[in-house]
Write a protein that binds this ligand. Structure first.
Ligand code: FAD
Length: 512
């Protein structure tokens, strides 16, 4: 077998391009069967690797590194770029677009802090996007460097199964066969175009997906963003901040429908104040092509509004990457949303094959993919039967203001029969928030009354995607309202809103 070189550029400083993130997101699994003990012995009993990982997104590359750290010989096959969706089209490029827009807003509103900047601040979109590309390339190189350091063989190309222990990797017409003792499937997901009557064409016709938005060649004059989840809200913030007239359409009554309803309501209010036309409880019924773009028919109740835009941005719709892999040759089973895992050990119905991340169609977040990668690698290499724990998964949205959440929403806690105590504290009451001008938003704490156990923490405001980890740890350690309220928080900080919310749930917030 010819040795495949590690092909990516190597940079001095490897970095971890993932971060933040929900609990309500775990989607119901289909009926689960038991794994079939159908391990098929190799013809000559030899393997090219102990573990072959398919896909080098935040699930796959992290799994590969952990398996190597545990002493396994590891191959990681990737058909496109190291870092997967997260690094190349998702988490990182979107945040690298949000950051300059936030800075631009600071400059626009600097007068409120006594800073005089003559004239209207200008921006250079091409330069913003070039900076974003540089960040992505640097981080990609960082993963290549980590692979080299951990002696992971990176094989470029598309992997498909020949039999349960053999894959064929194809690149530019060249085919390489690799045999693995165990496999970790981490193929992720890809955008799909929703079927909206009249909406035909792609990027050049002004029909964009998130992949097009992070590689946008220009700032459209106007856009309709379909979907008020994290992706739709983040891009609405970016393009509105850069001057597009944005209409954001969400079918559910609130933005961020999977989060506590108070968060989506507040985000809708603040984005509206920024100039975005937020239409919740509304659907995009159909569109018509116009000379400049699209006439969109947005239906809300009995009314239909016509909105003319240059670009329609589809902020919803992804599909697990399983096509063309001949998974039926392995014993792995598929369900409607992707690869089926038997249980939270992440084994599939073929006991030597694990599946992690977006391809399972469960929680679609980078940090969940990474955590699953670490667990699957550990189980695959050591033979252990560890299980994933999804109780404390943070879920973050990087709009300005940011939104972050962990654990049960108030509605979920009530539906589960808890006698619920709720504490809430607005940032505007804090000295630090007034000093920095970050007065929008609040912290909301959900707990059960009997023992005071914290069940969920939900927040919207500046820096909450960093602050949420106090809530994550509180849930992980089964902390009570009392223990959290007795924890001294530095003054002046935005984190004081957490302390006050815990106190409020106990009925005695000092500053409320
Ligand atoms: P992926 O990252 O999709 O990686 C899978 C890899 O497998 C790809 O590189 C693909 O090329 C490769 N592959 C597929 N099939 C094959 C094959 N047969 N052979 C070889 N290689 C193959 N999540 C967050 O947690 N925080 C965020 O802020 C966030 N922002 C996002 C913003 C956007 C616009 C989008 C679209 C997503 C965002 N996400 C975010 C979600 C996050 O990107 C995904 O949950 C994450 O990338 C999933 O990781 P993964 O490793 O499972 O799959």
């Amino acid at each position: 077998m010819p040795d495949q070189p590690v092909s990516m550029a190597v940079v001095a400083e490897p970095a971890r391009p993932l971060l933040a993130a929900p609990s309500a997101l775990i989607r119901a699994l289909g009926p689960l069967g038991t794994p079939e003990e159908q391990e098929q012995p190799m013809s000559n009993g030899q393997f090219d690797a102990d573990v072959i990982v398919v896909g080098a997104g935040p699930g796959g590359y992290v799994a590969a590194i952990r398996a190597a750290q545990l002493g396994a010989q590891v191959v990681c096959v990737e058909k496109e770029y190291l870092g997967g969706t997260c690094l190349n089209w998702g988490c990182i490029p979107s945040k690298a677009m949000i950051a300059p827009v936030e800075r631009l807003q600071h400059v626009r509103h600097a007068d409120a802090m006594g800073i005089q900047i003559p004239g209207e601040p200008q921006f250079d979109f091409a330069k913003m996007m070039a900076r974003k590309d540089k960040i992505v390339q640097t981080l990609r190189g960082g993963i290549g460097s980590l692979f080299k350091k951990n002696k992971i063989r990176h094989v470029e190309g598309f992997a498909r199964f020949v039999d349960p222990h053999t894959i064929e990797v194809e690149k530019d017409g060249q085919k390489t066969r690799l045999r693995g003792k165990s496999f970790i499937l981490a193929m992720g997901s890809s955008v799909i175009r929703l079927n909206i009557p009249g909406l035909e064409g792609g990027r050049d016709e002004g029909v964009w997906t998130s992949d097009d938005a992070v590689t946008a060649p220009f700032v459209p004059e106007s856009m309709l963003v379909l979907g008020g989840g994290a992706v739709g809200c983040e891009f609405s913030y970016v393009f509105n901040g850069l001057g597009s007239k944005v209409t954001l359409v969400e079918m559910m009554p609130n933005l961020l429908p999977l989060m506590d309803t108070d968060l989506g309501t507040e985000l809708g209010r603040v984005l509206g104040k920024q100039g975005i036309k937020v239409k919740t409880g509304a659907t995009l019924e159909r569109v018509e092509k116009t000379a400049k773009g699209w006439k969109c028919f947005v239906k809300k109740g009995a009314d239909t509004e016509e909105v003319e835009v240059q670009v329609v941005l589809l902020g919803v719709g992804r599909k697990a990457n399983t096509d063309g892999m001949d998974l039926e040759k392995t014993g792995v089973r598929l369900h409607r949303r992707g690869v089926e895992v038997v249980d939270d050990t992440l084994r599939t119905h073929a006991p030597h094959i694990y599946a992690i991340g977006d391809v399972t169609g469960r929680i679609q977040l980078a940090h969940v993919a990474s955590a699953e990668g670490i667990l699957a690698a550990t189980n695959a290499v050591t033979g252990s039967d560890r299980k994933m724990e999804y109780k404390c998964v943070p879920n973050c949205v990087y709009t300005v203001p940011e939104v972050a959440s962990v654990g049960l929403t108030q509605a979920e806690a009530e539906a589960q029969g808890y006698d619920v105590a709720v504490g809430k504290f607005q940032f505007r009451a804090l000295g630090k928030a007034m000093a920095t001008g970050d007065i929008d938003g609040f912290v909301k704490v959900v707990a059960e009354k009997k023992y005071g156990e914290v069940l969920g923490v939900h927040m919207i405001g500046a820096h909450v995607t960093d602050m949420i980890h106090e809530g994550v740890v509180a849930l992980k350690l089964e902390a009570t309202l009392e223990s959290m309220a007795e924890t001294i928080h530095a003054h002046p900080t935005l984190s004081e809103a957490m302390l006050e919310a815990f106190e409020d749930a106990l009925g005695h917030a000092i500053h409320k």
